[in-house]
Design a protein around this ligand. Structure first.
Ligand code: ADE
Length: 423
């Protein structure tokens, strides 16, 4: 049963001790964020600022919140997905780290949006979002609090796409830093984080052997690239589906078979969508799939698999095991939908490992620090993380990993800056 704390709505306060131990475990793999936290504690760049956060409520996020607190901010947090909350991390956030937290694993859509409202009721001056649900609520039903917002950050590809659409339509009301666009975010979190955690979720939910199976990866952005390479590494035969000819060509030259979903549907044993778009797996595909096909999504929203169409086609549905729903088709075939089509890596596993979230959340902390100092001089738009921040995060990560690299000699720097010298 849910415990309602003064400024929180979480599942179970008694999980706080476990949460703290797991947050500390994650912290050991987040040295870049820890370095920033130490500096924030000295410099207090966020002093007195209220931050409203809509993020996956995980142990890694708890370490980001601790960092923002060290910088002097007050943080109110809600979940960015109804199934991704780690209830022990939520309890630790409330009872050990003092963050107002509104997140319960398995909450329905109504509670999910109530929790967003609760965060907005704290009248945040900075927002940090993963998927842009907080920002879109602010711009639609909660415009009453928008004037007090100085700026915000966005964590993920889907959110950045939504925000750019808002900016293009001239409706975005404050500046937002697209953390996802940092190289030290998408090249690592999206690629290695999604690659590993998606397989982790798939395997935890089903315990299937990937070796020898045909895995269809839909979408060959950074997430798809990571997922395809990890699935191939486990011995799967990987088919990639794409709509972008350049990405399709890249997938082909990376060694995968490339074809339309219509052709892949009868071949796949496991399907994973990572496109960011809707109905990538749809009624005609379900009709063509083999008995036993497994369907999962690792994109931000649960729109990539047309679940309504699957429901309409099926003769019956039953839970085969946790996170696995068996859809029995009229011809006797069984299709298995994982985690109700929500992102499998967070619903059935723990999301990206801390080591990769270290860089993503270092970028978040630095972007919020930047906004605290400069948001007033930025027009409402979507901004990239500076190249300098990317270099700093990468250097800190290498240093923490004990890896040294070369530096340019003066002669080499001059050569790169010049144009006269040829062959
Ligand atoms: N997104 C993906 N994995 C995550 C994690 N472990 N914590 C927070 N957000 C995430």
């Amino acid at each position: 049963m849910a415990t309602t704390h003064a400024a929180s709505d979480i599942a179970d306060a008694a999980l706080a001790d476990l949460g703290v131990r797991r947050v500390e475990w994650a912290d050991q793999s987040m040295p870049v964020l820890a370095t920033i936290r130490e500096r924030f504690a000295r410099e207090r760049p966020l002093d007195g600022l209220r931050i409203g956060a809509c993020l996956h409520v995980t142990t890694e996020t708890a370490n980001l919140v601790r960092t923002l607190h060290a910088g002097g901010a007050e943080v109110a947090l809600c979940a960015s997905n109804p199934l991704s909350t780690q209830d022990d991390a939520a309890a630790a956030l409330v009872h050990a780290y003092g963050a107002a937290t509104y997140a319960i694993n398995g909450e329905d859509a109504e509670v999910y949006y109530d929790h967003i409202e609760s965060v907005l009721n704290t009248r945040p001056q900075l927002t940090t979002d993963d998927g842009a649900d907080l920002v879109s609520t602010l711009h639609t039903s909660r415009t009453d609090v928008i004037d007090g917002v100085l700026g915000g950050t966005e964590e993920t590809t889907t959110g950045v796409i939504r925000l750019r659409a808002m900016a293009a339509q001239g409706v975005l009301k404050y500046p937002i830093v697209a953390v996802n666009e940092a190289q030290t975010k998408h090249m690592f979190d999206n690629r290695y984080g999604t690659g590993q955690s998606t397989l982790d979720g798939l395997v935890r939910a089903t315990n299937v052997l990937l070796a020898g199976r045909t895995v269809v990866v839909s979408g060959y952005g950074w997430c798809g690239r990571g997922l395809a390479s990890r699935a191939a590494g486990m011995g799967a035969h990987v088919i990639v589906t794409e709509v972008d000819p350049v990405r399709a060509l890249e997938a082909l030259m990376d060694g995968y078979r490339v074809m339309p979903m219509h052709d892949a549907a009868p071949l796949g044993h496991v399907f994973v969508t990572v496109t960011g778009d809707k109905h990538v797996l749809d009624a005609p595909h379900f009709e063509a799939m083999q008995d036993g096909a497994i369907l999962a999504n690792s994109g931000h929203f649960d729109v990539e698999i047309n679940i309504e169409a699957l429901d309409a086609q099926a003769a019956g549905v039953q839970q085969a095991r946790p996170h696995v729903d068996e859809y029995r088709m009229p011809d006797g075939r069984r299709l298995y939908l994982l985690a109700q089509g929500r992102l499998i890596n967070l619903a059935a596993a723990e999301g990206h490992p801390a080591s990769v979230m270290d860089m993503s959340f270092a970028n978040q902390a630095l972007a919020l620090e930047h906004l605290a100092a400069h948001a007033h001089s930025l027009a409402p738009d979507v901004y990239d993380v500076s190249a300098d921040t990317d270099q700093r995060v990468a250097s800190l990560k290498l240093e923490a990993m004990g890896v040294a690299i070369d530096t340019l000699t003066d002669q080499q720097a001059a050569y790169l800056a010049g144009w006269q010298e040829g062959t």
